[in-house]
Design a binder for this molecule. Structure first.
Ligand code: FAS
Ligand code: PHB
Length: 391
């Protein structure tokens, strides 16, 4: 007995794909290496584009998101101790929403289980076979039992460190890679946010970002060296850097300290593989691309891939049409590269590059000054930040 679609990975990409296929009457099986508790507790992205909220709303998954999400109509760029608000709503007519990725994952899992969709946690040794045939299969172990499932299509939604991308034979993929000379140290603190909107700060000591998860939960980041360990950063050192980098010329200090509930260091990298397909295997989300989180594009891009892939699979499973499937990679990559460009641009503009000469520092500040004072400059940031229109 063959299920139509096999999905490896229960992150935002895999879970949303399973849900959209279900709405189209298409059976799928989701295989996840970690436990339900693990994937629901992983603190990652926080900011959703308008298009992401729309997709979740249209697919009936956004009840809690609309109750608990925080709608934002602007953001602040801060440099040389002065803040400049970018009015996203006035410039684009759109807003963004703060709603933690782990909350999206919880909502997607609850929906999947509510209608009895196949979702297996804690699977091991997932391996793909027959990708070049019209009968691809997945083998894996579950509770010590070896399993084998046949599919028509396999979706690789297993993130940057998964097994799907590496299952594609050498020489097929072209990888584009940029590793940045810094990382982000992020904390989740039981403290009111520094501001009601996000603050992106360029500072001689390094980048800082003040964001949030709720009116009582702050999410804060500071740029650090890529090789640093979280053990190098005491709570006092973290708070001291946040106060210094987010300080305003007028002396106002908006950073509220509180118990740090979670902290971690995330590497910064831009990475894309082309094509996002091999035979009956289709890659989506971080399995195919990662971006530095400065532009808040990671999860949004995963959702955008799935929007294209789900539509193509619906046509294929309904009447065998392959035109949309054959066009998936090129269509997804067109958006991926625009998000890569924006994420690289925001990262280049806001971070301290050790060894950068005085000229580069002056150009960075001039770029920020231009974005804040020119409507055209502000619009280019705003329309990418809220999410480019789906074509
Ligand atoms: P995911 O990585 O979310 O999900 C892949 C799933 O596949 C995981 O649950 C994994 O356990 C599973 N898997 C892996 N190998 C498997 C195997 N062999 N078998 C079965 N399952 C397997 N983005 C932002 O926009 N803003 C941020 O602030 C931000 N912070 C981040 C912090 C960290 C530490 C990381 C790693 C990423 C961050 N991102 C951020 C990016 C992140 O949100 C991703 O873009 C998003 O999770 C992509 O979703 P998926 O493609 O579904 O991949
Ligand atoms: C977050 O809230 O975690 C967040 C928001 C915007 C970013 C990165 C992270 O650019």
């Amino acid at each position: 007995m063959r299920t139509q679609v096999g999905i490896v990975g229960a992150g935002p990409a895999g879970l949303l794909l399973a849900h959209l296929l279900h709405l189209a009457g298409i059976e799928s099986v989701v295989l996840e290496a970690k436990s339900r508790a693990h994937v629901e507790e992983r603190i990652r992205a926080g900011l959703m584009e308008q298009g992401t909220v729309d997709i979740l709303t249209e697919s009936g998954l956004a009840g809690r998101l609309h109750r608990e999400g925080l709608a934002h109509e602007g953001l602040e760029l801060r440099f040389d101790g002065t803040g400049h608000r970018i009015d996203l709503k006035a410039l684009t007519g759109k807003q963004v929403t703060i709603y933690g990725q782990q909350e999206v994952v919880k909502d997607l899992i609850a929906a999947r289980l509510a209608y009895g969709g196949a979702l297996h946690f804690d699977v091991e040794d997932v391996a793909l076979h027959g990708l070049e045939t019209d009968r691809p299969r997945i083998t894996y172990d579950e509770a010590g039992e070896a399993r084998l499932l046949d599919f028509y299509i396999i979706a690789g939604c297993d993130g940057f460190l998964g097994i799907c991308r590496p299952a594609i034979p050498a020489g097929v993929l072209t990888a584009y890679d940029r590793v940045y000379p810094f990382a982000w140290l992020g904390i989740l603190a039981a403290a009111p946010p520094a501001s009601h909107e996000l603050i992106y700060a360029r500072h001689e000591r390094g980048f800082a970002l003040a964001t949030m998860r709720s009116p009582k939960l702050s999410r804060l980041y500071v740029q650090c060296a890529p090789e640093e360990s979280i053990d190098d950063w005491s709570d006092d050192r973290i708070w001291a850097e946040l106060h210094a980098r987010l300080a305003r010329q007028d002396g106002a200090d908006q950073v509220n300290e509180g118990p740090i509930l979670q902290k971690g260091i995330t590497a910064m990298r831009s990475y894309v593989v082309e094509p996002m397909r091999y035979g009956r295997l289709f890659l989506a989300g971080d399995a195919a691309h990662i971006v530095p989180p400065t532009g808040a594009k990671g999860m949004n891009l995963a959702i955008a891939d799935i929007r294209v892939l789900a539509r193509a699979l619906e046509v294929f499973c309904r009447d065998g049409g392959t035109a949309l499937l054959d066009g998936y990679s090129a269509k997804a990559l067109a958006r991926v590269w625009k998000a890569q460009r924006f994420s690289w641009w925001m990262t280049s503009m806001l971070h301290r590059f050790d060894g950068g000469d005085a000229f580069e520092h002056k150009v960075q500040v001039a770029e920020l000054d231009y974005v804040c004072r020119s409507r055209a400059g502000a619009l280019t940031l705003a329309e990418n930040y809220v999410g480019l229109p789906f074509d």
